[in-house]
Design a protein around this ligand. Structure first.
Ligand SMILES: [Zn+2]
Length: 97
């Protein structure tokens, strides 16, 4: 849904004759809900459950920026464990036990 808005705005901005500043403005406006949507999704992702360290099995809640910048595949992220300080692919777990 959000990406549909973004795509149509970028499409309009690219193909309709208009001033350059208006073109840029349209693209920026198109990106705002997109960025907010992603930021919100990551926030929920960060708050719900824990990540389990692949090396030592430590379970923890990562910081927002950790989640934001970590490489990820599905619900697994490559992050540094605060317990053993080793980087590994960390699986998302819902419960701490
Ligand atoms: Zn660890």
């Amino acid at each position: 849904m959000v990406s549909a808005i973004l795509l149509s705005l970028v499409f309009v901005a690219s193909y309709v004759q208009m001033e350059d500043w208006l073109r840029v403005l349209l693209i920026v406006i198109g990106f705002i809900p997109f960025i907010i949507g992603i930021a919100w999704a990551i926030r929920i992702e960060q708050k719900a459950g824990y990540y389990e360290c692949g090396k030592c099995g430590h379970k923890y809640v990562p910081t927002y920026s950790n989640v934001l910048w970590a490489m990820h595949m599905m619900r697994t992220r490559y992050m540094k464990c605060p317990n053993c300080n080793k980087k590994s692919w960390q699986k998302k777990v819902i419960s701490k036990k």
